[in-house]
Write a protein that binds this ligand. Structure first.
Ligand code: ZN
Length: 628
């Protein structure tokens, strides 16, 4: 049984769903049904988007490039003469050879690093590699990228040319002191570093041996992932690169960058012009739009996409292709899948299609072919499976696809202040409910639920001591509120004898000596109020107003289950729950464990592939520099 990523997705989503549902305890049957229906519809876990990695058009091998004189035979030797480039890699090499500044903007896994490593090696091998000095500087945004690049270069050297004279080394905060000293004594040809370390190299006198005016050897500067430098950080790095050029007295320093593909919505010319502009600003030298190298894609399928319902039906009905390239490329359902999930054309050029979910694609297939969705799903998965087992000349699978699963931490349930049988319920964050009575007369309030009994509370601020007092919705996310914005608290509808003025108060509210209520708790006795659907307080007997109880924050009593709290417990988090309180770190733990356990439970996944890569974005402040 082959590995089924769709099944893993189901498993992970189910774990998350169980977790979220575990703390949804709602007393009111209508709200409970509403919440469960929304969760069942996948409000928090939409269908995964399927992204088919398109195939790149192939270019020459390094051996062919050296035969034509474009690169040295030694350069081809280091990286492997048989290594076949993608067309965009060959285009970047041509720009490098012309001496132009260039930027490679292609998808992930498109071999961006070869687009600067090959020219750098070629340049060093042409110019006396026996002389040790820093000729090329490669700046990465993260040390993890530096480490993996060093590993990749070491692997090339070990496999192809262990005695290669070209020296490369990393120079970061992780580099040990004795290694640093060695590098200062005997500089490598290629230095891989991050922008923070580069700044130190320009400041600290002892590091001038690497990039100083005495060497004047630096000829090639690469900035990897240059799209990450934005705003203030972008300005900092741009200044740093200008200082570097000034320090090394290299007006004609050749600059190369890589960038993620950016979707600006414009056409190709606009996109290239924009990337060229970003690169020119960062490097402080002109990057021409025609030197922005983008990807050239090709179809895997060699048969036309089925154009009629009948042809599509036939494509589903014939057996799925065996796992070889010719069979996959010649299968009409593969052609259809590539078109729907992978490629579209723009001015006659193939470009990536924005991802859609597997379910959406499947629905289209079932509709057009008029076949059962189960049958379509089975055949479509078989086509993906076959395509995933066959490799292109680049080593990539023919159908390399990824699932993108978005998970939301729940939105809040909102309700209008109206009788339970017909109040409006919503998961959207809007303030006014539509419908009869005019759009602006019925306000939606976020709800929180008692953790003990599930009683719902409207989150509100009570405003206006002097004019007509009114309740306004309060976001569950905001805990601190300005004094003059009213009194934060909770409103509960009177229903099934929720409370009355002659109920007994909790024991801990009373003074044990006198038996009367402690002064500090007096303000927390539930207050009977009548509220109009627009939130304004009304007198008893006003037609649309509903009766209920107001309690200021912190909540000290649930009138339904009589759970009572001490005034010292100022946080209501332990007492009440909203759907949005999934807790990011707990959710991450649930998802991580779900993914790993799901992989472990699947015999078709080799042990070494049972891995999870997790990236967390940390808000950066100017003082926080994780690069070193
Ligand atoms: Zn309760």
């Amino acid at each position: 049984m082959p590995f089924d990523v769709f099944r893993l997705r189901e498993h992970v989503v189910q774990e998350y769903r169980d977790y979220v549902e575990s703390f949804v305890h709602v007393l009111d049957p209508r709200i409970d049904e509403f919440v469960r229906a929304r969760l069942a519809e996948g409000e928090l876990w939409p269908e995964a988007a399927l992204q088919l990695n398109p195939a790149y058009e192939p270019g020459p091998t390094l051996g062919e490039l050296s035969a034509s004189g474009a690169i040295l035979a030694d350069t081809a030797l280091f990286f492997g003469a048989d290594l076949r480039l993608h067309r965009h890699q060959a285009e970047a090499l041509a720009a490098a050879r012309r001496g132009d500044n260039y930027i490679v903007s292609t998808g992930t896994g498109s071999g961006k690093s070869l687009t600067y490593l090959v020219p750098i090696f070629d340049m060093i091998l042409r110019d006396d590699p026996a002389r040790h000095s820093v000729r090329a500087l490669i700046v990465y945004p993260m040390n993890a990228l530096i480490n993996s690049q060093i590993e990749a270069l070491s692997a090339f050297r070990a496999a192809n040319w262990p005695a290669s004279p070209v020296q490369f080394a990393q120079y970061t905060g992780q580099t040990r002191e004795e290694v640093r000293q060695q590098l200062l004594q005997d500089p490598p040809h290629i230095l891989l570093t991050n922008y923070v370390m580069l700044e130190y190299m320009l400041i600290r006198p002892q590091e001038r041996a690497l990039v100083g005016e005495t060497t004047r050897e630096l000829r090639f500067l690469t900035v990897d992932e240059l799209h990450v430098y934005r705003g203030r950080q972008g300005a900092d790095v741009a200044m740093l690169l200008r200082r570097l050029r000034q320090r090394t007295r290299r007006a004609n320093l050749q600059c190369a960058g890589t960038s993620a593909t950016i979707a600006t919505g414009g056409d190709r010319a606009t996109r290239r012009a924009e990337i060229a502009e970003v690169g020119s600003r960062l490097f402080g030298v002109q990057v021409a739009p025609e030197n922005v190298v983008d990807e050239t894609l090709q179809r895997v399928a060699r048969v036309p996409v089925p154009a009629t319902a009948e042809a599509l039906r036939d494509a589903v009905e014939i057996s799925p292709p065996p796992p070889n390239r010719a069979a996959v490329g010649g299968h009409p359902l593969a052609a259809w899948a590539e078109e729907i999930f992978g490629l579209t054309s723009e001015d006659g050029r193939l470009v990536r299609r924005p991802p859609i979910s597997f379910v959406e694609g499947l629905a289209a297939l079932a509709k057009t072919s008029d076949l059962a969705p189960e049958r379509c799903a089975e055949q479509l998965k078989a086509v993906f499976e076959a395509g995933n087992q066959v490799a292109l000349p680049s080593g990539e699978p023919v159908f390399a696809f990824r699932l993108h699963q978005f998970l939301a931490s729940g939105g809040s349930v909102h309700a209008t202040i109206e009788p339970p049988d017909w109040r409006i319920l919503s998961m959207q964050g809007q303030v006014f409910a539509g419908g009869a009575g005019g759009p602006e007369t019925r306000m939606l309030f976020p709800l929180a639920f008692c953790r003990e009994c599930g009683q719902e509370y409207y989150l509100a601020d009570l405003l206006g001591e002097e004019e007509t007092p009114r309740l306004v919705p309060r976001s569950p996310l905001l805990n601190a509120i300005e004094e003059d914005e009213g009194q934060p608290g909770y409103f509960a509808l009177e229903q099934d004898g929720l409370w009355s003025e002659d109920e007994d108060l909790p024991d801990n509210w009373l003074d044990p000596r006198t038996g009367s209520i402690r002064e500090r708790y007096r303000g927390h006795i539930p207050q009977r109020v009548f509220v109009n659907p627009d939130g304004s307080l009304a007198a008893k007997g006003v037609p649309d107003a509903v009766e209920g109880w107001w309690q200021p924050r912190p909540l000290l009593l649930c009138p339904r289950c009589r759970a009572s709290y001490d005034l010292r417990e100022t946080s209501d988090f332990r007492k009440l729950v909203t759907l949005s309180q999934t807790g990011r770190s707990t959710a991450t733990t649930i998802l991580g464990a779900g993914a790993i356990l799901g992989l472990r439970g699947d015999d078709s996944v080799p042990v070494e592939a049972q891995k999870l890569l997790s990236l967390t974005e940390i808000a950066r402040t100017p003082r926080c520099r994780p690069g070193i």
